[in-house]
Design a protein around this ligand. Structure first.
Ligand SMILES: NC(=O)c1ccc[n+]([C@@H]2O[C@H](COP(=O)([O-])OP(=O)(O)OC[C@H]3O[C@@H](n4cnc5c(N)ncnc54)[C@H](O)[C@@H]3O)[C@@H](O)[C@H]2O)c1
Ligand SMILES: O=c1ccn([C@@H]2O[C@H](COP(=O)(O)OP(=O)(O)O[C@H]3O[C@H](CO)[C@H](O)[C@H](O)[C@H]3O)[C@@H](O)[C@H]2O)c(=O)[nH]1
Length: 323
């Protein structure tokens, strides 16, 4: 069986991708230090505990499992924390990625799928965002991801690494069968927070800003099902294994925007319960609207969306209400 090393594979998007990799006939080998991941989420292949900040750990994993490619999710992800923990974010997100890439070069492994983000674009100059939109991130998290994208552009020229960069918009939802789901601690994402509120684990859901220039005044985001994201990773990996030279970047979003109020309505419908919500001031660093142009992923990768906002809310509700 072909091994694929999945760094951060015990986390939210990584674990769903491991599920899809196994379904596609690969053996996902998870490389994770479990700092934010969960041992129980590693269900489709072995777990190699290690830290991307350690060149020795990565070298050991590559020597042991001899993967045909690497999918790199391991990172610190909270935008707010990135202002307070700048060194940690650079050490894990940039230093960690460079360690993985150097070890891959030494081991002669070229295919590399990288988790990037719409946060690399910064304030949108136009919508929907395509891949050639200027990249001016407005927070340290986005800048660490852009730094890795820039390193990849340089490394691609030498041919030792063949990368595909995937820029996700807002990952949401869970495995429809409820085996895995979203579990960030602390949780800052809108959909799980809304569900925790419906479940009575939080008194009220804060709507961050109701005075934006959007159809109902609340911020607009492009929520995309985590399993649609997972499918895109398998397609990107397969493209590289088939010999593509790499160097491409793809936006992964649905192309449809959802406001915070519409998200609340979707959670109320999925749960059949009312969600207490209260407007609060805008959250620092939030753009009013972020929506993807996904034509490149559809055209080049053959990416097809399978799940709707109602599915994301339903699957997330199923997961949170049983766990
Ligand atoms: N969640 C989103 O909406 C979103 C949007 C855009 C981009 N991304 C990117 O997708 C990737 C996965 O995000 P997620 O939501 O699944 O996050 P997550 O926190 O659930 O998963 C990240 C995983 O990386 C692991 N990790 C962290 N530091 C590590 C280290 N030093 N060594 C080894 N492993 C380490 C964690 O334990 C965790 O399992 C990240 O790179 C993130 O920046 C996420
Ligand atoms: O309690 C909450 C939480 C969020 N929101 C709003 O809901 C929307 C979505 O917020 P999330 O925190 O769920 O997601 P973000 O759009 O802030 O973040 C996403 O995009 C970021 C880049 O901008 C990072 O990539 C991050 O990992 C990814 O989840 C935003 O308008 C936010 O202001 C609320 O109103 N109340």
């Amino acid at each position: 069986m072909t091994n694929i090393l999945v760094t951060g594979g015990a986390g939210y998007i990584g674990s769903h991708t491991c599920m899809r990799l196994a379904e596609a006939g690969f053996q996902p080998v998870v490389f994770d230090n479990l700092s934010n991941g969960h041992r129980e989420a590693v269900q489709w292949g072995p777990l190699e505990e290690g830290d991307v900040r350690s060149a020795t750990d990565i070298k050991r994993a590559l020597e042991r499992w001899r993967p045909a490619g690497v999918i790199h999710f391991a990172a610190l992800i909270e935008v707010g924390l990135s202002f307070d923990q700048v060194s940690d974010f650079y050490a894990v997100n940039v230093g960690g990625a460079l360690n993985v890439l150097a070890a891959m070069s030494d081991a002669g492994v070229a295919p590399f799928v990288f988790s990037s983000t719409c946060a690399t674009y910064g304030e949108p100059q136009y919508l929907p965002l395509d891949e050639s939109h200027p990249q001016n991130p407005i927070n340290p998290y986005g800048r660490t991801k852009l730094a890795v994208e820039q390193a990849l552009a340089d490394l691609t020229r030498f041919g030792a690494i063949r990368p595909i960069i995937l820029r996700y918009f807002n990952a949401a939802g869970a495995d429809p069968e409820g085996r895995i789901g979203e579990r960030h601690e602390p949780e800052t994402h809108a959909l799980p927070l809304a569900i925790q509120t419906v479940l009575g684990q939080r008194p009220v859901f804060s709507i961050f800003g109701d005075d934006y220039d959007t159809r109902d005044g609340t911020a607009l985001r492009d929520y995309v099902h985590v399993l649609d994201l997972a499918d895109a990773h398998v397609l990107a990996l397969q493209r590289l294994l088939d010999g593509a030279p790499g160097g491409e970047a793809f936006n992964l979003g649905t192309g449809a925007g959802t406001t915070v109020k519409e998200l609340i309505a979707a959670v109320e419908k999925a749960s059949g319960r009312a969600l207490p919500a209260k407007p609060q001031p805008r959250r620092q660093g939030d753009a009013p609207s972020l929506v993807a142009n996904n034509a490149a992923a559809a055209g080049t990768l053959g990416w097809r969306l399978r799940w709707s906002l109602a599915d994301m809310a339903q699957h997330a509700w199923n997961w949170h209400s049983k766990s």
